[in-house]
Ligand binder design. Structure first.
Ligand SMILES: Cc1cc2nc3c(=O)[nH]c(=O)nc-3n(C[C@H](O)[C@H](O)[C@H](O)COP(=O)(O)OP(=O)(O)OC[C@H]3O[C@@H](n4cnc5c(N)ncnc54)[C@H](O)[C@@H]3O)c2cc1C
Ligand code: HEM
Length: 399
């Protein structure tokens, strides 16, 4: 719990911090990653630093946390902390590096605030930092402990590669050593690390697709302007990458909320990946759950994994698949998602995975039909800027 003296200072300085933290975090990352270049090796994405998504996420999360603690004394924003902890764990963030981040962050804060950086100011914000850091360290420790091995990443060999649509490739890997594999919950992701042309190991996250017991399978959409997806989609059978244990808290289990049904899974493009994982899992469990997959795409040609999702949905006694395709006459409906064509009720639960405009359209359509905001979950395929509320997850990166 935040001490009374710190509370007053945080209350007074939060608006200023909110305004200035956007300048502080890029400066802090610049200095930290210059002095600690090793952190770029397999942990931080160098592209995220240039584009600014990661500095913005950290900045947003700290001021969000501070304002949450002020408004909800004695509790903490678990949803954000858990999400960040899963991301950290997938990248193998070690507890001891929280001191490193603290030192570089507070050096940058001191530089920005100048004379206003008094000992009282420093102590109050230090208290906020360590409340957050301690919570993250605790969750990350339990996530590491829950795995079948104590490795951050293990080597895997590509055993199968299949093009599923214009720019979407299905990659299947098998272990290249004897590291035991952890079980995957439907909806979780893996961090995959490859070596770039200049030899730097760089990670990206990919939803874990259903696969054989001793395998890992992912769907990668090629972004020609990106750094890692061109390398991954250019891999050949026999090539080796590193893959983390599975992480991610937005799993099928999390979509079970007493009394709320059916579960709508809205996806667009490569956002279909978690839908596949959900459908296979429910089929495996012979679940009699009401579930409606709603997929949006350009055409049958761009729609990856259509047959696989149709087949898995076909095994669900109360499962349905509805498509909205732009190409005339190719889907169940032509054009973009239209809520009027679906029977949305206020008791529906929704999981949404797709680009930002898709997410916004689906969200406002659901809200207009009376679905409570807390019943709408979003999977983001990028860092969340955390500038909004705890339940609002923003996909801001094109994918
Ligand atoms: C939880 C999670 C799950 C995911 N699951 C999947 C999945 O199942 N399948 C999938 O395909 N993807 C998934 N992603 C996205 C994936 O992790 C990668 O972000 C994606 O493959 C793009 O990576 P990249 O290295 O090719 O692009 P990056 O190199 O990361 O670049 C991202 C974008 O930044 C732009 N950019 C690069 N450099 C600059 C610069 N200097 N200035 C301005 N802009 C720049 C690029 O144009 C590009 O569009 C997931 C992400 C998350 C967080
Ligand atoms: C209290 C301290 C910290 C806070 C508040 C924090 C916050 C965040 C947030 C909000 C994200 C984005 C998560 C998302 O994708 O949605 C993130 C990602 C990340 N964090 Fe932290 N973090 C902290 C400490 C650390 C430490 C100690 C390290 C390791 C040195 C670290 C390494 C990373 C990395 C590598 C990413 C992913 C970045 C990327 O994709 O480029 N963080 N962190």
């Amino acid at each position: 719990m935040l001490s009374e003296s710190s509370r007053q200072i945080i209350e007074e300085t939060l608006p200023d911090m909110q305004e200035r933290i956007r300048r502080i975090t890029p400066a802090f990352y610049d200095e930290m990653l210059t002095e600690r270049e090793d952190l770029l090796d397999g942990m931080f994405s160098r592209v995220d630093q240039v584009v600014g998504t990661q500095p913005q996420a950290l900045a947003g999360s700290i001021t969000f946390f501070a304002s949450y603690v002020l408004n909800h004394p004695g509790s903490s924003p678990d949803e954000i902390l858990t999400r960040v902890a899963h991301k950290h764990a997938s990248l193998g963030v070690p507890a001891e590096e929280y001191v490193t981040v603290y030192q570089f962050l507070f050096k940058a804060i001191e530089k920005e605030f100048g004379e206003e950086y008094t000992p009282e100011f420093r102590d109050a914000w230090t208290e906020i930092y360590w409340m957050m850091a301690d919570a993250l360290i605790r969750i990350e420790r339990s996530l590491y402990d829950s795995q079948a091995n104590d490795q951050v990443n293990a080597p895997f060999t590509l055993v199968k590669k299949e093009q599923k649509a214009d720019k979407i490739f299905d990659l299947v890997f098998e272990p290249a050593d004897d590291t035991p594999l952890s079980d995957i919950k439907a909806g979780q992701y893996l961090s995959v690390i490859v070596k770039t042309k200049d030899g730097l190991r760089q990670p990206r996250q990919y939803v874990a697709l259903p696969c054989g017991l001793n395998q890992r399978r992912i769907a990668v959409e090629l972004d020609r302007t990106g750094e890692i997806s061109p390398i991954l989609t250019g891999l050949q059978v026999g090539d080796t990458v590193e893959i983390s244990n599975p992480y991610g808290d937005l799993t099928l289990e999390k979509t079970v909320t007493d009394g709320f049904s059916p579960l709508y899974v809205f996806t667009q493009g490569i956002g279909i990946a978690p839908a596949l994982a959900f459908a296979h899992q429910l089929a495996l469990e012979h679940a009699a759950r009401d579930i409606i997959f709603v997929h949006a795409d350009e055409s049958l040609r761009t729609w990856a994994y259509r047959e696989e999702l149709e087949e898995a949905t076909g095994k669900l006694p109360r499962g349905k698949l509805i498509s909205f395709l732009q190409a005339s006459g190719e889907g169940d409906f032509t054009g973009s998602i239209n809520m009027k064509k679906l029977e949305i009720t206020p008791r529906s639960f929704a999981y949404v995975c797709g680009p930002v405009d898709f997410k916004q359209t689906v969200r406002s359509g659901l809200i207009a039909n009376g679905v409570p905001g807390k019943n709408i979950q979003f999977e983001t395929f990028g860092s969340d800027p955390y500038m909004h509320t705890a339940t609002r997850r923003t996909m801001h990166r094109r994918y």
